[in-house]
Design a protein around this ligand. Structure first.
Ligand SMILES: [Zn+2]
Length: 267
């Protein structure tokens, strides 16, 4: 066996696979730091299609449909640093603690992920080392640098949710997701409700928890940052016009919140 080839196949990212971390406006001056745990749906070439047809790999089980287009536009409107992850959450979920079963799911909603079944500890550790760790280490080091520079920092984790889950229709247009932060979520909720045309979820369709989430507890709460997750319903941001409208709306709302919070923000 060619030893170079053996080395190559031991890695989850092949030679032609891109780096997992995508960034935009890294030099932006906005206090908002945006994250996109489920931004992309790439699969590393050595993993093939994980045993799934293309029709499954474009569904919400693979990524947060529409959020990439909202996140990039919002980052540009605000001049806010966006850090996002390009690989599918079916490869490794960047918003799950790596020790829990759904980190590398063998079942997502009703779909069995054959390529994840019977995965060895080494293969799971490789996915973590090559995808999960670089993404979270980058967020960590950016927060370190911002705190060191006394740059005010408000963490916003951007997600989107499927309009129907397990046969149940979800009424919310947008939801805030939070746990321990008492500063940003109430401001965000009241601003979203004041829009007048939105059904706003308060910790809906999910609440944040230490066991089921990673970005908010680890980068927001443990670092003492003002933070919230934002979840937008996927059918509203499936096309560019929806993505543009939601990015504009959120930029306006977050801009007003920034003005209100600015005197209290300490780095
Ligand atoms: Zn998500």
């Amino acid at each position: 066996m060619n030893s170079e080839r053996a080395h190559e196949t031991s890695l989850v990212l092949g030679a032609s696979d891109v780096h997992p971390v995508f960034e935009l406006n890294a030099a932006g001056h906005s206090p908002f730091l945006l994250t996109g745990d489920h931004y992309g749906r790439l699969i590393p070439k050595p993993l093939g299609d994980l045993g799934l047809p293309e029709s499954e790999l474009v569904r919400h089980i693979a990524w947060d449909i529409g959020i990439a287009g909202v996140a990039e536009r919002l980052s540009n409107h605000l001049g806010a640093h966006l850090i996002a992850q390009r690989y599918s959450r079916l490869v490794i979920d960047c918003n799950r603690p790596p020790h829990i079963a759904s980190s590398i799911p063998i079942l997502s909603e009703a779909t069995a992920i054959a390529g994840n079944d019977g995965l060895s500890r080494e293969d799971a550790a490789t996915r973590r080392r090559e995808i999960f760790d670089p993404y979270h280490q980058r967020i960590d080091s950016v927060i370190d640098a911002r705190l060191h520079a006394k740059q005010p920092t408000i963490l916003i984790a951007l997600h989107s949710f499927t309009p129907v889950y397990a046969g149940v229709r979800r009424p919310w247009h947008i939801g805030t997701l939070y746990h321990r932060d008492n500063t940003l979520p109430p401001l965000l909720l009241s601003a979203l409700r004041a829009e007048g045309d939105l059904v706003v979820g308060d910790n809906e369709p999910y609440a944040v928890g230490d066991e089921t989430d990673y970005t908010i507890p680890v980068h927001g709460e443990a670092r003492g940052l003002v933070n919230s997750g934002i979840e937008i319903r996927q059918d509203l941001i499936a096309d560019e016009s929806g993505q543009r409208q939601w990015a504009e709306r959120l930029a306006r709302i977050l801009g007003a919140i920034e003005e209100r919070l600015r005197p209290d923000l300490t780095a």
